[in-house]
Design a protein around this ligand. Structure first.
Ligand SMILES: [Zn+2]
Length: 235
């Protein structure tokens, strides 16, 4: 084992932004029915208890949200999109789907979606390496670090970086398996709602990608909002 392997910590961010220091509360416990702002380029974590509902709002309609959920009792169990593909035989999540963990147990249900339903479950979260390859010369905010920092901000540590549910990311898999990189197709105020089947730590990152147009044709990352509630929100 060389020094790099020995020192690697999957929970340690490669850089820093306010996600590290601005949790919704010290332990991630949300005030129910409060709409939290998720600033552009940042991440936040929230505890969602079994039976509660998490709604993510696409405030401007053009923003991708990288989404993860970890079992609150054991962060080594988390939503896993490759396992999801095996359960639903699809790379496109649909409302009504139970979202499963890397131990193939339902952690959440994808309950409602006011958008056209275009989401991605194939592409890894952006990270410093992605932006370096795209030509970034300095540290670039990224969803991987936003996940790490959002968890550190509530006293937790990412055990690894699971493949995210990329809400509103329009990267369809075409004939032959080719992926296209396209702007979201929703509208202002679109929302998705998940029901927690177990107590989970949900993490959302307003993707900071501004080098290809997955956050709108103008390459401009924008804010999102989210809310945890005891009753299913009316639409
Ligand atoms: Zn991203």
């Amino acid at each position: 084992m060389n020094a790099n392997q020995r020192n690697f910590d999957p929970g340690e961010p490669d850089g820093h932004n306010p996600s590290r220091d601005m949790p919704i509360s010290g332990d991630g416990m949300p005030a129910l029915d409060e709409i939290y702002r998720l600033p552009a380029r940042q991440g936040r974590a929230a505890k969602v208890s079994a039976g509660q509902f998490l709604t993510v709002i696409n405030t401007h309609g053009t923003q991708v949200c990288d989404f993860w959920a970890f079992d609150a009792e054991d962060l080594n169990e988390f939503l896993s999109m490759p396992h999801q593909h095996g359960v639903t035989s699809s790379v496109y999540p649909r409302t009504g789907d139970k979202l499963v963990s890397n131990r193939r147990r339902p952690l959440m249900t994808f309950l409602t979606d006011t958008s056209p339903g275009v989401h991605d479950t194939v592409v890894a979260a952006c990270d410093v390496y992605r932006y370096r390859q795209l030509g970034a010369e300095h540290y670039h905010d990224n969803c991987t670090d936003n996940l790490r920092m959002a968890l550190l901000a509530i006293g937790l540590r990412a055990p690894e970086i699971p493949a995210p549910f990329n809400i509103w990311m329009n990267t369809p898999v075409g004939k032959g398996g080719a992926i296209s990189w396209l702007p979201p197709v929703g509208k202002r105020g679109d929302s998705v709602t998940f029901r927690a089947e177990r107590d989970v730590i949900a993490v959302m990152s307003a993707c900071p990608q501004d080098m290809i147009p997955i956050n709108g044709a103008d390459n401009t990352p924008r804010e999102l909002e989210f809310m945890v509630s005891a009753q299913e929100p009316s639409r």
